[in-house]
Design a protein around this ligand. Sequence first.
Ligand code: TTP
Length: 191
Amino acid sequence: MLHLASQSPRRRQLLEQLGVDFAVLDVDVPEQRAPGESPRDYVSRVARDKARAGLAALAHAGDALVLGADTEVVLDDEVFGKPRDAADAVAMLRRLSGRTHAVISAVWLVGAGGEQCEVCESQVRFATLDEPAIAAYVASGEPFGKAGAYAIQGRGAAMLAHLDGSYSGVMGLPLFETARLLRHGGISPAG
Ligand SMILES: Cc1cn([C@H]2C[C@H](O)[C@@H](COP(=O)(O)OP(=O)(O)OP(=O)(O)O)O2)c(=O)[nH]c1=O
């Protein structure tokens, strides 16, 4: 049985797109970048921790496979996670305005038989945002719970001037890479 170790409704929705059966596991792992850890290593480690925590939470793991994922926005080697509050969201959006940032998503598939990982990196160019636009976007509530304080799948799409990479990866679960992991694990996604 496939499990998705995630509380994110976006990841659930994205995995459903692949047409595979799965159950959801609630996991909560600390997300703190270690000193000297590269953004890519950090994202991968957190995704692995989520998948491992999910596997550990199963009473009878048997031949279960658990997917864990993490997504972060990276600008100038700085990692932007989910904003703490409105002021943090405003600060992130000011920094992203008019610039190109990376979105890194990592996915791990773990089971008793082993562990495999895929990392997907996209480049996103933001429009230049003025203060009223930032204030209105934060007031909409959409930035909360989203890395970098925006959602490509929502009103945030209006601020994305260019995407070079994976739409599903930016949204939280890169589906091309996830499907490849599942096939390696013996699960055939639809299509
Ligand atoms: C950049 C971007 C991120 N996001 C979301 C995806 C993730 O839910 C979130 C990044 O936070 P994560 O820590 O990756 O995930 P999470 O805490 O929401 O869920 P879980 O750890 O339980 O799996 O940002 C969007 O929905 N749209 C976007 O455009």
